[in-house]
Design a protein around this ligand. Structure first.
Ligand code: GLU
Length: 547
């Protein structure tokens, strides 16, 4: 077979050469050890937690080493493409602190190694396709769907491995005449790799996450170009990651089964193999067993879920770090106030079997992250969230940011800050009572008569002075307690509860309920300071009138 002639027949329009492409995309000038890596998502419009895990791994590896992170859009499957998907992807990843140094942008490309959308690279793939054909390493295959189905049936009946290989590779050694006849008849063809591998042979391979792997050679003549001339993932991966000078491929471990083919392909093309970082799946506990997070069953897989719940970005980032690197939590305890980006991330610390996602733990991390923010930051982030997801509450917060900030400052700062908020969604329940529209009618303990409650509130209004500090304020509540025959001595009460109608805690709760409508509001003196004298008095008076 004259492979040169075959290459000319299949790719008459290719004018560039591998050498000219090498010149067009030269080696990058980067410091020793700099990692060049990428995210290469398909534009399906769905951005999930797995994308974030991979993205953060890639981002940390690139930026921690003074390297480059780029975005390549794998749009080879036009059927799955969703308009606007790149926009959603870029925005979502940026929201979580992943920004790209180069690659696809919303309306074009940024960088010298593009184009970064695979469908725009067809002519580049054809240069290498032509080269492989001219060297006898690839050939056209005209097998029809029916022929391929019959092949699989036969293999299954014979209990053999399925696939297009060895004696089943029906177009592997066909004559030039047969090929020409098919082309003249206008029949569609795919380009297949001519594998020289054998499943009898194994070799060792080092993955940065999985460690030492024993790999069995590939013997399948996989498809390189589909009938529309667009490459499969495998071929595009080899050509793009070579020409874009990728040093590390960070991707999901669902690609491990085809890794033997990728290694073979890089070799056939004369490309240096990058290092591989194969990330295990995200798992969750389902009852007592672990399973992979699923798009269908688990709403928490979608990144939009975290935004809608109101997890601050820092919290999600922080949590992802804890599941990616087992030593992150120790580091965090030793360095409570440093940005998580200062942590030395290592792909070697990733769990090869995949990470366990624990929603309760995320909530806990988030609670801590929020508790450490200052009131201005909380107010800003909460208002942004509310304006998008609870417009009415958002409008109230936005109408008087100073008031909202003062509310959120209660119990903040200091060694033991309050931890009331895990997500922004919790905020309305926590602080809504400050706004009259959300104030609920108090429900007093039935143990106390209406008159008792009324008396306590009336007494309080008589002595209440807005200028009092917290301790004077509390002394007054204690005085009312004693006057009403209740006790301030909790020990004595515990020893003999029947000796008193109630305690200072009961009196405080009555006032608290009158002011806030709730029994579990934050420090009441602080609440009344923020609410203001007039409003505090009015609320108590209002309750007295209703009793
Ligand atoms: N489009 C592939 C994926 O999303 C990319 C894999 C890779 O990063 O090479 O799984």
């Amino acid at each position: 077979m004259d492979y040169q002639a075959l290459a000319q027949l299949l790719f008459p329009d290719v004018t560039e050469t591998p050498e000219s492409l090498e010149e067009r995309f030269p080696q990058r000038q980067l410091p020793e050890g700099a990692v060049v890596t990428r995210m290469a998502p398909s534009p399906t419009g769905f951005v999930h937690l797995g994308n974030l895990v991979q993205g953060l791994t890639a981002e940390r590896m690139a930026h921690q080493s003074g390297g480059v992170l780029f975005l390549r859009v794998e749009d080879t499957d036009a059927k799955r493409e969703v308009p606007g998907a790149v926009e959603v992807l870029l925005e979502t990843l940026k929201h979580y602190g992943i920004s790209f140094d180069e690659g696809a942008t919303i309306d074009g490309d940024n960088g010298a190694y593009g184009p970064y959308r695979q469908r725009q690279r067809a002519s580049i793939y054809h240069v290498y396709a032509r080269k492989l054909v001219s060297e006898g390493m690839a050939y056209p295959c005209f097998a029809t769907e029916e022929e391929l189905a019959a092949m699989r049936e036969k293999q299954e009946a014979n209990k053999e491995n399925t696939g297009y290989y060895g004696k089943y590779a029906m177009w592997r050694d066909r004559s030039m005449e047969d090929i020409q006849a098919q082309i003249q008849a206008g029949n569609p063809w795919v380009l297949r790799f001519r594998s020289t591998g054998s499943i009898e042979n194994q070799f060792k391979f080092d993955d940065l996450v999985k460690g030492k792997l024993t790999i069995t050679e590939n013997d399948i003549d996989h498809v390189l170009l589909k009938s529309d001339g667009i490459p499969t993932y495998h071929f595009a991966h080899a050509v793009d990651d070579h020409l874009m000078r990728t040093t590390h491929v960070v991707r999901g471990d669902e690609w491990l089964p085809t890794l033997p083919f990728h290694i073979q392909l890089f070799k056939a093309l004369g490309f240096k193999l990058p290092k591989y970082v194969h990330i295990g799946p995200l798992m969750k506990m389902d009852g007592t067993s672990k399973r992979k997070l699923s798009k269908r069953k688990d709403p928490e897989l979608a990144l939009t879920f975290y935004k809608a719940e109101g997890f601050p970005v820092e919290a999600v980032y922080e949590y992802i770090m804890t599941i990616l690197n087992s030593n992150f939590e120790d580091w965090r305890r030793a360095n409570p106030d440093i940005a998580p980006q200062d942590f030395k991330f290592s792909p070697k610390k990733l769990n090869p079997a995949g990470s366990l996602f624990d929603y309760a733990k995320l909530t806990d991390v988030s609670k801590n992250v929020i508790s450490k923010m200052d009131a201005e930051t909380v107010c800003k982030l909460l208002t942004e969230w509310a304006l998008e997801f609870d417009a009415e509450f958002g409008a109230k917060l936005a109408a008087d940011p100073a008031f909202a900030t003062a509310i959120l400052a209660i119990g903040r700062g200091g060694k033991k800050p309050r931890k009331d908020l895990s997500v922004w969604k919790d905020a309305k329940e926590y602080m809504g009572f400050f706004y009259d529209e959300y104030l609920q009618a108090p429900v007093f303990d039935e143990k106390f008569s209406k008159d008792t409650v009324k008396t306590a509130l009336e007494k309080f209004l008589l002595v209440y002075d807005f200028a009092d500090d917290a301790s004077v304020w509390f002394e007054k509540v204690k005085a009312i307690t004693e006057e009403m025959g209740f006790t301030t001595d909790m020990k004595a009460y515990k020893a003999d509860p029947d000796a008193f109608p109630g305690t200072v805690a009961d009196i405080s709760t009555m006032i608290r309920l009158a002011v806030t409508g709730k029994t579990n509001a934050p420090d009441l003196h602080a609440v009344m300071q923020v609410l203001g004298e007039e409003k505090s008095r009015a609320r108590i008076q209002n309750v007295i009138n209703m009793l």
